[in-house]
Design a protein around this ligand. Sequence first.
Ligand code: XLS
Ligand code: NI
Ligand code: NI
Length: 441
Amino acid sequence: MAFFTDVPKIKFEGPDSKNTLAFRHYDESEIVEGKTMKEHLRFAVCYWHTFRGTGSDPFGPGCNLRPWEDGTDSVEMAIKRVGVAFEFFEKLGVPYYCFHDRDVSPEGKNLKETNANFDKVAKALKDEQQRTGVKLLWGTANLFSNPRFMHGAATSCNADVFAYAGAQVKKCLEVTKELGGENYVFWGGREGYSNLYNTDLKRELDHLAKFFHLAVDYKKKIGFGGQFLIEPKPKEPTVHQYDFDVANCVAFLRGYGLADSFKLNVETNHATLAGHTMMHELAYASMCGMLGSIDANRGDLLLGWDTDQFPTDYYLTTQCMLVILGQGGLANEKGGGGVNFDAKVRRESFEPIDLFHAHIGGMDAFAVGLKLAAQIRKEGVLSDFVKQRYASWDTGIGAKVEAGQAKFEDLETYMLEKGDAAKNVSGRQEMLENIINRYVR
Ligand code: XLS
Ligand code: NI
Ligand code: NI
Protein backbone atom coordinates (compact mmCIF):
# COMPACT_ATOMS: atom_id res chain seq x y z
CA MET A 1 0.00 0.00 0.00
CA ALA A 2 1.35 3.43 -0.92
CA PHE A 3 1.02 6.29 1.55
CA PHE A 4 2.76 9.13 -0.25
CA THR A 5 0.83 8.75 -3.48
CA ASP A 6 1.18 12.37 -4.57
CA VAL A 7 4.97 12.35 -4.17
CA PRO A 8 7.12 11.00 -7.01
CA LYS A 9 10.57 9.51 -6.53
CA ILE A 10 12.74 12.54 -5.79
CA LYS A 11 15.17 13.17 -8.65
CA PHE A 12 18.15 15.40 -9.28
CA GLU A 13 17.13 18.22 -11.61
CA GLY A 14 20.09 20.59 -11.33
CA PRO A 15 20.60 23.97 -9.63
CA ASP A 16 18.10 25.85 -11.79
CA SER A 17 15.15 23.60 -11.01
CA LYS A 18 12.18 25.31 -9.38
CA ASN A 19 10.62 21.97 -8.46
CA THR A 20 10.39 21.87 -4.66
CA LEU A 21 10.28 18.07 -4.81
CA ALA A 22 13.60 17.68 -6.63
CA PHE A 23 17.27 17.83 -5.66
CA ARG A 24 19.14 20.80 -7.02
CA HIS A 25 22.58 19.70 -5.81
CA TYR A 26 22.44 16.11 -4.59
CA ASP A 27 23.16 13.94 -7.59
CA GLU A 28 23.86 10.60 -5.96
CA SER A 29 26.04 9.35 -8.81
CA GLU A 30 28.17 12.49 -9.24
CA ILE A 31 31.84 11.77 -8.52
CA VAL A 32 33.64 13.99 -6.01
CA GLU A 33 37.21 13.17 -4.92
CA GLY A 34 36.95 9.76 -6.56
CA LYS A 35 33.71 8.58 -4.93
CA THR A 36 30.03 9.14 -5.62
CA MET A 37 28.08 11.60 -3.53
CA LYS A 38 26.04 8.68 -2.24
CA GLU A 39 29.19 6.94 -1.02
CA HIS A 40 30.53 10.09 0.61
CA LEU A 41 27.41 11.26 2.37
CA ARG A 42 25.77 7.99 3.39
CA PHE A 43 22.53 9.75 4.30
CA ALA A 44 20.22 8.33 6.91
CA VAL A 45 16.68 9.22 7.98
CA CYS A 46 15.94 8.94 11.68
CA TYR A 47 12.84 7.05 12.70
CA TRP A 48 12.11 9.01 15.88
CA HIS A 49 11.57 12.53 14.57
CA THR A 50 10.34 11.55 11.14
CA PHE A 51 7.92 8.76 12.06
CA ARG A 52 7.26 9.24 15.77
CA GLY A 53 7.47 13.00 16.10
CA THR A 54 4.08 14.45 16.91
CA GLY A 55 4.86 18.16 16.87
CA SER A 56 4.24 18.44 20.61
CA ASP A 57 6.26 20.97 22.60
CA PRO A 58 6.18 22.10 26.25
CA PHE A 59 3.32 24.45 25.36
CA GLY A 60 1.02 22.19 23.44
CA PRO A 61 0.20 18.67 22.30
CA GLY A 62 1.00 16.97 19.03
CA CYS A 63 -0.62 18.34 15.88
CA ASN A 64 1.12 16.52 13.04
CA LEU A 65 -1.11 15.13 10.34
CA ARG A 66 -0.05 11.53 9.75
CA PRO A 67 -2.95 9.88 7.91
CA TRP A 68 -1.50 6.38 8.27
CA GLU A 69 -1.58 6.48 12.10
CA ASP A 70 -4.53 4.75 13.79
CA GLY A 71 -3.93 6.36 17.17
CA THR A 72 -2.71 3.14 18.84
CA ASP A 73 0.76 2.12 19.95
CA SER A 74 0.12 -1.47 18.86
CA VAL A 75 2.41 -3.94 17.11
CA GLU A 76 0.04 -3.85 14.11
CA MET A 77 0.46 -0.09 13.86
CA ALA A 78 4.22 -0.46 14.26
CA ILE A 79 4.35 -2.90 11.36
CA LYS A 80 2.16 -0.70 9.18
CA ARG A 81 4.46 2.24 10.01
CA VAL A 82 7.47 0.23 8.78
CA GLY A 83 5.81 0.20 5.35
CA VAL A 84 5.32 3.97 5.48
CA ALA A 85 8.93 4.55 6.53
CA PHE A 86 10.43 2.42 3.78
CA GLU A 87 8.25 4.03 1.14
CA PHE A 88 9.61 7.37 2.37
CA PHE A 89 13.25 6.16 2.33
CA GLU A 90 12.82 4.82 -1.20
CA LYS A 91 11.16 7.91 -2.59
CA LEU A 92 13.81 10.12 -1.02
CA GLY A 93 16.62 7.83 -2.20
CA VAL A 94 18.49 7.54 1.12
CA PRO A 95 20.64 4.46 1.61
CA TYR A 96 20.23 4.28 5.42
CA TYR A 97 17.94 4.75 8.41
CA CYS A 98 18.41 4.75 12.21
CA PHE A 99 16.11 3.87 15.10
CA HIS A 100 15.64 3.54 18.83
CA ASP A 101 14.07 0.23 19.85
CA ARG A 102 11.01 2.06 21.18
CA ASP A 103 10.52 4.11 18.01
CA VAL A 104 9.97 1.01 15.95
CA SER A 105 8.24 -1.26 18.45
CA PRO A 106 5.99 -0.68 21.44
CA GLU A 107 6.70 -1.56 25.03
CA GLY A 108 4.70 -4.55 26.33
CA LYS A 109 3.45 -5.20 29.86
CA ASN A 110 6.82 -6.67 30.86
CA LEU A 111 10.29 -7.08 29.34
CA LYS A 112 9.44 -10.45 27.85
CA GLU A 113 6.46 -9.09 25.97
CA THR A 114 8.42 -5.98 24.96
CA ASN A 115 11.15 -8.16 23.46
CA ALA A 116 8.59 -10.31 21.64
CA ASN A 117 7.07 -7.14 20.11
CA PHE A 118 10.52 -6.05 19.01
CA ASP A 119 11.16 -9.39 17.29
CA LYS A 120 7.92 -9.08 15.32
CA VAL A 121 8.70 -5.57 14.13
CA ALA A 122 12.34 -6.47 13.43
CA LYS A 123 11.12 -9.13 11.05
CA ALA A 124 9.08 -6.53 9.17
CA LEU A 125 12.11 -4.20 9.11
CA LYS A 126 14.30 -6.96 7.75
CA ASP A 127 11.82 -7.82 5.01
CA GLU A 128 11.63 -4.18 3.95
CA GLN A 129 15.43 -3.82 4.05
CA GLN A 130 15.69 -6.80 1.74
CA ARG A 131 12.97 -5.53 -0.58
CA THR A 132 14.40 -2.02 -0.91
CA GLY A 133 18.14 -2.38 -0.23
CA VAL A 134 17.90 0.38 2.41
CA LYS A 135 20.26 -0.45 5.29
CA LEU A 136 20.45 0.22 9.00
CA LEU A 137 23.14 2.80 9.82
CA TRP A 138 22.64 2.34 13.54
CA GLY A 139 20.33 1.13 16.21
CA THR A 140 20.07 2.43 19.76
CA ALA A 141 18.01 1.80 22.87
CA ASN A 142 15.64 4.37 24.29
CA LEU A 143 16.73 4.45 27.93
CA PHE A 144 15.02 7.75 28.77
CA SER A 145 11.30 7.91 27.90
CA ASN A 146 9.82 5.33 30.24
CA PRO A 147 9.37 6.72 33.78
CA ARG A 148 11.59 3.93 35.16
CA PHE A 149 14.51 5.92 33.74
CA MET A 150 13.68 9.10 35.66
CA HIS A 151 17.05 8.96 37.50
CA GLY A 152 18.97 7.78 34.45
CA ALA A 153 19.68 4.26 33.22
CA ALA A 154 23.29 3.12 33.68
CA THR A 155 23.75 5.96 36.17
CA SER A 156 20.51 5.45 38.06
CA CYS A 157 20.59 5.30 41.86
CA ASN A 158 18.29 2.28 41.45
CA ALA A 159 20.37 -0.83 40.66
CA ASP A 160 17.33 -2.56 39.17
CA VAL A 161 17.10 0.16 36.56
CA PHE A 162 20.75 -0.46 35.61
CA ALA A 163 19.80 -4.13 35.23
CA TYR A 164 16.76 -3.31 33.10
CA ALA A 165 18.85 -1.03 30.89
CA GLY A 166 21.48 -3.76 30.46
CA ALA A 167 18.83 -6.26 29.43
CA GLN A 168 17.33 -3.75 27.02
CA VAL A 169 20.65 -2.91 25.38
CA LYS A 170 21.48 -6.61 25.11
CA LYS A 171 18.30 -7.16 23.13
CA CYS A 172 18.81 -4.05 21.02
CA LEU A 173 22.34 -5.19 20.15
CA GLU A 174 20.99 -8.53 19.02
CA VAL A 175 18.37 -6.91 16.82
CA THR A 176 20.84 -4.38 15.42
CA LYS A 177 23.15 -7.25 14.53
CA GLU A 178 20.30 -9.22 12.97
CA LEU A 179 19.43 -6.21 10.80
CA GLY A 180 23.04 -5.72 9.71
CA GLY A 181 23.41 -2.39 11.57
CA GLU A 182 26.75 -0.80 10.78
CA ASN A 183 26.99 0.97 14.15
CA TYR A 184 25.35 1.03 17.54
CA VAL A 185 24.85 4.37 19.28
CA PHE A 186 24.81 5.29 22.95
CA TRP A 187 23.31 8.69 23.54
CA GLY A 188 23.27 9.60 27.23
CA GLY A 189 19.50 10.08 27.65
CA ARG A 190 19.15 10.93 31.33
CA GLU A 191 22.71 9.96 32.25
CA GLY A 192 23.68 13.07 34.15
CA TYR A 193 22.43 15.00 37.13
CA SER A 194 20.13 17.84 37.94
CA ASN A 195 21.52 18.54 41.39
CA LEU A 196 24.76 17.51 43.08
CA TYR A 197 23.12 17.55 46.55
CA ASN A 198 21.57 14.16 45.80
CA THR A 199 24.28 12.72 43.51
CA ASP A 200 27.20 10.37 44.09
CA LEU A 201 29.20 11.56 41.09
CA LYS A 202 31.98 9.00 41.29
CA ARG A 203 29.65 6.07 41.72
CA GLU A 204 27.49 7.14 38.78
CA LEU A 205 30.49 7.58 36.46
CA ASP A 206 31.94 4.23 37.54
CA HIS A 207 28.58 2.61 36.77
CA LEU A 208 28.45 4.25 33.36
CA ALA A 209 31.89 2.86 32.53
CA LYS A 210 30.87 -0.55 33.88
CA PHE A 211 27.82 -0.49 31.61
CA PHE A 212 29.96 0.29 28.55
CA HIS A 213 32.38 -2.51 29.44
CA LEU A 214 29.48 -4.96 29.71
CA ALA A 215 28.23 -3.80 26.31
CA VAL A 216 31.70 -4.31 24.79
CA ASP A 217 31.85 -7.81 26.29
CA TYR A 218 28.47 -8.72 24.86
CA LYS A 219 29.31 -7.24 21.46
CA LYS A 220 32.34 -9.54 21.32
CA LYS A 221 30.36 -12.51 22.55
CA ILE A 222 27.72 -12.27 19.82
CA GLY A 223 30.22 -11.20 17.17
CA PHE A 224 28.54 -7.91 16.34
CA GLY A 225 30.93 -6.26 13.89
CA GLY A 226 29.42 -2.76 13.96
CA GLN A 227 31.10 0.26 15.51
CA PHE A 228 30.08 1.47 18.98
CA LEU A 229 29.47 5.22 19.01
CA ILE A 230 28.90 7.61 21.90
CA GLU A 231 26.92 10.76 21.13
CA PRO A 232 28.07 13.71 23.24
CA LYS A 233 25.56 16.24 24.57
CA PRO A 234 26.20 18.76 27.37
CA LYS A 235 22.72 19.28 28.82
CA GLU A 236 19.04 18.57 28.30
CA PRO A 237 17.24 16.77 29.77
CA THR A 238 19.62 16.96 32.74
CA VAL A 239 21.45 20.17 33.60
CA HIS A 240 24.71 18.26 33.23
CA GLN A 241 24.96 15.30 30.85
CA TYR A 242 27.95 13.08 31.56
CA ASP A 243 28.85 12.72 27.85
CA PHE A 244 29.30 16.50 27.79
CA ASP A 245 31.31 17.08 24.62
CA VAL A 246 33.87 15.34 22.45
CA ALA A 247 36.87 16.19 24.64
CA ASN A 248 35.03 15.03 27.75
CA CYS A 249 33.95 11.75 26.13
CA VAL A 250 37.46 11.04 24.88
CA ALA A 251 38.89 11.65 28.36
CA PHE A 252 36.21 9.47 29.97
CA LEU A 253 36.75 6.63 27.50
CA ARG A 254 40.52 6.80 27.91
CA GLY A 255 40.30 7.01 31.69
CA TYR A 256 38.18 3.89 31.89
CA GLY A 257 40.08 1.84 29.29
CA LEU A 258 37.31 2.03 26.69
CA ALA A 259 38.88 4.21 23.99
CA ASP A 260 39.66 1.35 21.62
CA SER A 261 36.07 0.16 21.58
CA PHE A 262 34.26 3.41 20.82
CA LYS A 263 34.11 6.26 18.37
CA LEU A 264 31.82 9.27 18.46
CA ASN A 265 28.60 10.29 16.77
CA VAL A 266 28.80 14.08 16.73
CA GLU A 267 25.62 16.19 16.53
CA THR A 268 25.57 19.85 15.49
CA ASN A 269 22.96 21.06 17.97
CA HIS A 270 24.78 19.28 20.81
CA ALA A 271 28.03 20.96 19.79
CA THR A 272 26.46 24.39 19.92
CA LEU A 273 24.71 23.65 23.23
CA ALA A 274 28.18 22.87 24.59
CA GLY A 275 29.42 26.26 23.43
CA HIS A 276 31.40 24.82 20.52
CA THR A 277 31.09 24.99 16.78
CA MET A 278 30.31 21.74 14.98
CA MET A 279 33.63 22.15 13.19
CA HIS A 280 35.45 22.22 16.54
CA GLU A 281 33.73 19.04 17.73
CA LEU A 282 34.40 17.24 14.45
CA ALA A 283 38.02 18.38 14.30
CA TYR A 284 38.62 17.28 17.89
CA ALA A 285 37.05 13.86 17.35
CA SER A 286 38.87 13.41 14.07
CA MET A 287 42.22 14.41 15.58
CA CYS A 288 41.72 11.64 18.18
CA GLY A 289 40.88 9.13 15.43
CA MET A 290 37.39 8.88 16.88
CA LEU A 291 35.07 10.61 14.43
CA GLY A 292 32.66 7.84 13.49
CA SER A 293 29.41 9.40 12.31
CA ILE A 294 27.37 12.59 12.47
CA ASP A 295 23.87 13.63 13.45
CA ALA A 296 23.15 16.41 11.00
CA ASN A 297 20.93 19.20 12.25
CA ARG A 298 21.26 22.70 13.67
CA GLY A 299 20.05 24.75 16.61
CA ASP A 300 18.55 28.18 16.55
CA LEU A 301 20.61 31.27 17.40
CA LEU A 302 17.70 32.64 19.40
CA LEU A 303 16.71 29.51 21.29
CA GLY A 304 18.95 27.85 23.84
CA TRP A 305 17.74 24.30 23.39
CA ASP A 306 18.03 21.24 21.16
CA THR A 307 15.67 22.40 18.41
CA ASP A 308 17.01 19.82 15.95
CA GLN A 309 16.27 21.85 12.83
CA PHE A 310 17.28 20.66 9.39
CA PRO A 311 20.68 21.99 8.25
CA THR A 312 20.49 24.55 5.45
CA ASP A 313 23.61 26.65 6.00
CA TYR A 314 26.36 26.13 3.42
CA TYR A 315 29.11 27.36 5.73
CA LEU A 316 28.11 24.72 8.25
CA THR A 317 27.96 21.88 5.74
CA THR A 318 31.21 22.98 4.07
CA GLN A 319 32.97 23.02 7.44
CA CYS A 320 31.60 19.56 8.27
CA MET A 321 32.74 18.17 4.95
CA LEU A 322 36.19 19.77 5.22
CA VAL A 323 36.80 17.75 8.38
CA ILE A 324 35.15 14.60 7.07
CA LEU A 325 37.07 14.65 3.77
CA GLY A 326 40.18 15.54 5.75
CA GLN A 327 40.04 12.18 7.50
CA GLY A 328 39.22 10.29 4.32
CA GLY A 329 35.47 10.07 4.94
CA LEU A 330 33.15 8.29 7.35
CA ALA A 331 33.09 4.96 5.55
CA ASN A 332 35.41 2.05 6.28
CA GLU A 333 35.82 -1.59 5.20
CA LYS A 334 33.04 -2.72 7.52
CA GLY A 335 30.59 0.00 6.53
CA GLY A 336 31.12 3.02 8.71
CA GLY A 337 29.25 6.11 9.74
CA GLY A 338 27.06 8.48 7.81
CA VAL A 339 25.12 11.71 7.82
CA ASN A 340 22.00 11.00 9.86
CA PHE A 341 19.28 13.64 9.87
CA ASP A 342 18.52 13.74 13.57
CA ALA A 343 16.25 16.62 12.69
CA LYS A 344 12.59 17.46 12.87
CA VAL A 345 10.18 19.66 10.98
CA ARG A 346 8.82 22.69 12.85
CA ARG A 347 5.46 22.38 14.58
CA GLU A 348 3.87 24.59 11.94
CA SER A 349 5.01 22.17 9.22
CA PHE A 350 2.53 19.47 10.11
CA GLU A 351 1.79 17.83 6.77
CA PRO A 352 3.58 14.71 5.46
CA ILE A 353 4.94 16.59 2.45
CA ASP A 354 6.96 18.80 4.83
CA LEU A 355 9.03 15.73 5.69
CA PHE A 356 10.15 15.57 2.06
CA HIS A 357 10.96 19.28 1.80
CA ALA A 358 12.99 19.10 5.02
CA HIS A 359 15.12 16.14 3.95
CA ILE A 360 15.60 17.41 0.40
CA GLY A 361 16.92 20.69 1.81
CA GLY A 362 19.29 18.94 4.20
CA MET A 363 20.59 16.59 1.53
CA ASP A 364 21.11 19.44 -0.92
CA ALA A 365 22.91 21.51 1.72
CA PHE A 366 25.32 18.64 2.40
CA ALA A 367 25.83 18.04 -1.31
CA VAL A 368 26.84 21.70 -1.67
CA GLY A 369 29.10 21.41 1.38
CA LEU A 370 30.76 18.33 -0.08
CA LYS A 371 31.44 19.99 -3.43
CA LEU A 372 32.72 23.22 -1.89
CA ALA A 373 34.95 21.40 0.57
CA ALA A 374 36.39 19.30 -2.25
CA GLN A 375 37.13 22.45 -4.26
CA ILE A 376 38.75 24.19 -1.29
CA ARG A 377 40.89 21.11 -0.70
CA LYS A 378 41.82 20.79 -4.36
CA GLU A 379 43.04 24.36 -4.52
CA GLY A 380 44.80 23.91 -1.19
CA VAL A 381 43.88 27.38 0.05
CA LEU A 382 43.61 26.39 3.71
CA SER A 383 46.07 23.52 3.83
CA ASP A 384 48.85 25.52 2.16
CA PHE A 385 48.30 28.40 4.54
CA VAL A 386 48.32 26.19 7.63
CA LYS A 387 51.41 24.36 6.44
CA GLN A 388 53.23 27.62 5.93
CA ARG A 389 52.02 28.99 9.27
CA TYR A 390 53.75 26.18 11.16
CA ALA A 391 56.87 26.02 8.96
CA SER A 392 59.12 27.01 11.87
CA TRP A 393 58.44 23.55 13.33
CA ASP A 394 59.75 21.74 10.24
CA THR A 395 63.43 22.57 10.72
CA GLY A 396 65.82 23.92 13.34
CA ILE A 397 64.73 24.23 16.95
CA GLY A 398 61.08 23.43 16.18
CA ALA A 399 61.99 20.09 14.60
CA LYS A 400 64.26 19.29 17.55
CA VAL A 401 61.45 19.95 20.06
CA GLU A 402 58.98 17.83 18.13
CA ALA A 403 61.50 14.99 17.91
CA GLY A 404 62.07 15.15 21.69
CA GLN A 405 65.68 16.22 21.17
CA ALA A 406 65.63 19.50 23.07
CA LYS A 407 65.59 20.09 26.83
CA PHE A 408 64.89 23.39 28.58
CA GLU A 409 68.67 23.89 28.78
CA ASP A 410 68.92 23.59 24.99
CA LEU A 411 66.12 26.10 24.54
CA GLU A 412 67.97 28.47 26.81
CA THR A 413 71.29 28.07 24.96
CA TYR A 414 69.52 28.59 21.64
CA MET A 415 67.69 31.69 22.75
CA LEU A 416 70.64 33.23 24.61
CA GLU A 417 72.59 33.06 21.39
CA LYS A 418 69.73 34.31 19.21
CA GLY A 419 68.66 37.02 21.64
CA ASP A 420 64.93 37.05 20.76
CA ALA A 421 62.32 35.05 18.93
CA ALA A 422 61.84 35.49 15.19
CA LYS A 423 59.16 37.99 14.20
CA ASN A 424 55.54 36.83 14.21
CA VAL A 425 53.47 36.76 11.05
CA SER A 426 49.76 37.65 10.84
CA GLY A 427 47.20 34.85 11.23
CA ARG A 428 45.20 36.51 8.40
CA GLN A 429 41.84 35.42 9.68
CA GLU A 430 39.85 37.99 7.69
CA MET A 431 41.73 37.21 4.49
CA LEU A 432 40.95 33.52 4.93
CA GLU A 433 37.29 34.25 5.60
CA ASN A 434 37.20 36.24 2.37
CA ILE A 435 38.86 33.38 0.54
CA ILE A 436 36.22 30.97 1.83
CA ASN A 437 33.60 33.36 0.47
CA ARG A 438 35.03 32.84 -3.00
CA TYR A 439 33.65 29.35 -2.73
CA VAL A 440 30.52 29.73 -0.58
CA ARG A 441 28.60 32.27 -2.65
C1 XLS B 1 18.96 13.58 21.60
C2 XLS B 1 19.79 12.76 20.74
C3 XLS B 1 19.14 11.48 20.30
C4 XLS B 1 20.17 10.52 19.77
C5 XLS B 1 19.70 9.11 19.70
O1 XLS B 1 19.22 14.75 21.83
O2 XLS B 1 20.22 13.52 19.66
O3 XLS B 1 18.14 11.73 19.35
O4 XLS B 1 20.64 10.90 18.53
O5 XLS B 1 19.40 8.60 20.95
NI1 NI C 1 19.90 15.86 19.88
NI1 NI D 1 21.24 12.78 17.99
